[in-house]
Design a protein around this ligand. Structure first.
Ligand SMILES: CC(C)(COP(=O)(O)OP(=O)(O)OC[C@H]1O[C@@H](n2cnc3c(N)ncnc32)[C@H](O)[C@@H]1OP(=O)(O)O)[C@@H](O)C(=O)NCCC(=O)NCCSC(=O)/C=C/CCCCCCCCCCCCC(=O)O
Length: 719
């Protein structure tokens, strides 16, 4: 777990050895403590170099240990004794030095990093702070402003930036261990006290208070309701005001509060859920580790509307060769301009060469004949997509995959018009596609495991967080979203205002309330979908539209807004009022309040006082309830996948883990009770009826979320 090597020079090498990321588990810490004591006992050893196996310094403390009882040598004490040692300690950083890994390096007297190394203190993303002295040592090296930024965001930096900030003493193109040894030999015998960061005075300056206030305002705005970033500011402020030992007391106090908090548990769950999503499995037993993905080099993108442009940009940025196709010359020209500009801007920002040579624009399907995979991103219209699919089959090679970028259309129905149903999968990108991290990879009933593997691998290559999901209307994300939207509309009918609902959701942690999101996306989008699905037709009275459609309660409010030309931000009016079309600042609109009052009067609805608690319960629990149905139906492999979709595609606050995790934290019996209560009051909303799986999990004693997969398996085997 930590290997001790006595080198011929007066140097000992301690190699952290805990693949894949050399996390500082209890065994690694024990190994380090033993190795350091061995070095200290050896009179010939004048210096110790720390490094990591496989050119990976350390990914930090072992996150898995946080959910159990912590044992082994405490990290804080271990690092302190390394720093206090009378022998020279040097960190040789390759790969990453993150969290406790960087804190260990900060305890060393010198730090050398390879140019490709990345350094950071990402603890805030796990719900706590760099609690092994990081909040006190880093500001003493970089000053308070840089330390605040790094610790409150968890941003990883390059070795070069670390050098500029004074975090490392030397950067080398070559082997960091070799460079660290050379540095050690050149400084052996020099006094160590100036190198011990804990001996440095507080980093006070006259503007500390204002700097911290600005940082506090920033973190409160960026991560609404998250405790850890606020605690990080408080801890760093202590480094500016207090001697090291007092600052460490403050760090410890704050850590004690955060460490077992529900937010920390949620964020650590999210960390593993995200990694777990890549380990996909299909109901037929095919899995990520028993299916090979063949290589994709050349991709066709059909349609250069908003989605197609974003997809093409993502592919090219990842080094793939792209043929982008449009149906008419004018659209092709405007798509070409937009994609080119996006790629050029990005290359400029990142200081890299333009990748435009990877991109070809085309008007004829024949130019797609050599591609390995096609992503169709035309308008969301089944007939149009079917036409494209059958035209494609005339020109593509036999083994070429056809993927459809759809937000909810039936992938099986599309596959049927092709000569290769096994090579058809859905790829549901989120807008803007070059920015949003989520990709739902949708397997149809005939999709081959290999096709899924290829789509998942391609998604990963373009740096998406990919989740494999089954085929049903809306897949996972939009199927759940519909119920969330329905509930928020019913709340308006019953007495709430858009700003009241949004405020409750934003206080819960969403970056934006659902009505603001709807205004941003455009209310006309859903209107078109409802028209296409037969919910709105010529038989509906536009003045007194029915609140009952296809056998259930229906809220016509959004349709009525669209009839007034209120499409959201783009028209300057939607659920909110905007200064001008396209402007982003949403203001409450008195017209909407009157409109809602008239509506309630017209339909004889007595407005109720709706509390924030009811908003959250009806929206969040409805999401989770549908999530349970999705699990029952086998559309998602586990609750973690659903949560990852909500975290990366729908703005669910990360410190609440995801809708399924939130339900598990609130308590499944509470969720069940609430759903029963709301269903009793609203029997005309069938989706409020508690799902079978929720009932079953409660009957089985509400097992922890990590065990739900087993219960689902049992449920399926009994069906
Ligand atoms: C950049 C990475 C390191 C690598 O990325 P990549 O190459 O893409 O690989 P991944 O797929 O992400 O990861 C590969 C596998 O490794 C697992 N992994 C990664 N990092 C860790 C880790 N740190 N611990 C455990 N496991 C890890 C990952 O899950 C993958 O596993 P698998 O293959 O899927 O099975 C990237 O992984 C990355 O960014 N990692 C996380 C980096 C990070 O966040 N580090 C910070 C960790 S936290 C930390 O270091 C904290 C330090 C201070 C702690 C002080 C403790 C004091 C305790 C005091 C307690 C006081 C309160 C007590 C009160 C009470 O008792 O009640």
């Amino acid at each position: 777990m930590a290997r001790y090597t006595r080198l011929t020079e007066p140097i000992a090498l301690i190699t952290l050895n805990n693949p894949p990321v050399n996390a500082l588990s209890s065994a690694v810490r024990s190994g380090i403590v033993d190795s350091v004591s061995q070095a200290l006992k050896d009179d010939q050893v004048k210096a110790v170099v720390f490094c990591g196996e496989n050119r990976m310094f350390s990914g930090g403390a072992d996150i898995k240990e946080f959910s159990g009882s912590m044992s082994g040598p405490p990290l804080v004490r271990m690092i302190h004794s390394i720093e206090a040692s009378e022998k020279l300690m040097v960190a040789a950083i390759e790969g990453v030095a993150l969290g406790g890994g960087l804190e260990l390096a900060l305890g060393c007297h010198y730090r050398v990093a390879n140019t490709k190394a990345r350094l950071g203190l990402p603890e805030v993303t796990l719900g706590f702070l760099p609690g092994a002295g990081g909040t006190q040592r880093l500001p003493r090296l970089t000053g308070i402003t840089a330390a605040l930024e790094l610790i409150t965001t968890g941003r990883q930096i390059s070795a070069q930036e670390a050098l500029q900030l004074g975090i490392v003493d030397q950067v080398t193109e070559g082997n960091a261990v070799q460079a660290a040894m050379e540095l050690a030999l050149s400084v052996i015998g020099q006094p160590l006290n100036p190198r011990r960061l804990s001996l440095r005075p507080p980093v006070w300056s006259a503007d500390v208070d204002s700097v911290c206030e600005v940082a506090l305002a920033r973190v409160k705005q960026h991560s609404r309701g998250a405790m850890a970033p606020v605690a990080c500011v408080q801890a760093v402020r202590a480094a500016a005001m207090l001697p090291y030992s007092k600052g460490m007391e403050k760090e410890r106090q704050l850590m004690d509060t955060l460490f077992r908090s529900s937010q920390a548990r949620a964020l650590q769950y999210a960390f593993f859920a995200q990694r777990n999503a890549g380990k996909w499995s299909l109901p037929n037993g095919a899995r990520w580790n028993n299916t090979k993905a063949r290589d994709v080099q050349r991709v066709g993108v059909i349609g250069l509307g908003t989605m197609g442009r974003g997809i093409a940009v993502s592919l090219v940025k990842a080094g793939l060769s792209v043929v982008a196709l449009e149906s008419d010359a004018k659209q092709l020209e405007s798509g070409k301009k937009a994609v080119t500009a996006m790629l050029q801007r990005d290359a400029q920002r990142r200081g890299v060469g333009s990748p435009l040579h990877l991109l070809t624009f085309a008007l004829s399907f024949h130019q797609l004949k050599d591609v390995d995979l096609v992503i169709e991103a035309v308008f969301e219209d089944m007939n149009l997509k079917k036409r494209v699919f059958s035209d494609l089959c005339k020109v593509l090679r036999a083994g070429t995959l056809i993927c459809t970028n759809t937000s909810g259309l039936n992938v099986d129905e599309l596959a049927k018009v092709t000569d290769r149903q096994h090579l058809v999968v859905g790829m549901h990108f989120f807008a803007p596609a070059h920015v949003m991290k989520l990709l739902e990879v949708v397997y149809g009933s005939r999709s081959s495991p290999e096709a899924v593997a290829v789509a998942m691998a391609l998604g990963k290559r373009i740096q998406k967080v990919c989740v494999a999901v089954g085929n049903c209307p809306g897949f996972v994300g939009n199927r759940m979203l519909k119920l969330y939207m329905d509930q928020s509309l019913y709340l308006l009918e019953e007495g709430a205002t858009p700003e009241q609902v949004d405020q409750a959701l934003e206080e819960f942690g969403f970056a934006m309330g659902i009505f603001k999101v709807a205004d941003l996306s455009g209310l006309d989008v859903g209107w078109r979908v409802r028209k296409a699905s037969g919910l709105i037709g010529p038989d509906i009275d536009p003045v007194n539209p029915s609140r009952w459609r296809l056998g259930q309660r229906y809220c016509p409010l959004p349709d009525m807004l669209c009839q007034q030309g209120r499409f959201g931000q783009k028209t300057g009016r939607g659920w909110y009022l905007y200064n001008s079309p396209g402007s982003k600042e949403a203001k409450p609109d008195p017209e909407i309040l009157n409109f809602l009052e008239d509506y309630r009067l017209k339909y004889g609805i007595t407005p109720q006082r709706i509390s924030s608690q009811e908003v959250i319960e009806r929206c969040a629990f409805s999401l989770a309830n549908e999530g349970f149905r999705i699990l029952e139906d086998g559309i998602a492999a586990g609750p973690e996948d659903i949560d990852v979709i909500y975290l990366f595609g729908y703005g669910w606050p990360r410190h609440r883990g995801g809708p399924m995790f939130y339900a598990s934290q609130v308590g499944l019996s509470v969720v069940l009770e609430k759903m029963e209560h709301y269903h009793r009051i609203h029997p005309d909303v069938p989706s409020l009826e508690p799902s079978r799986l929720l009932r079953r999990l409660v009957a089985e004693g509400s097992p922890p979320i990590q065990q739900w997969r087993n219960h689902i398996k049992n449920l399926h085997s009994q069906l």
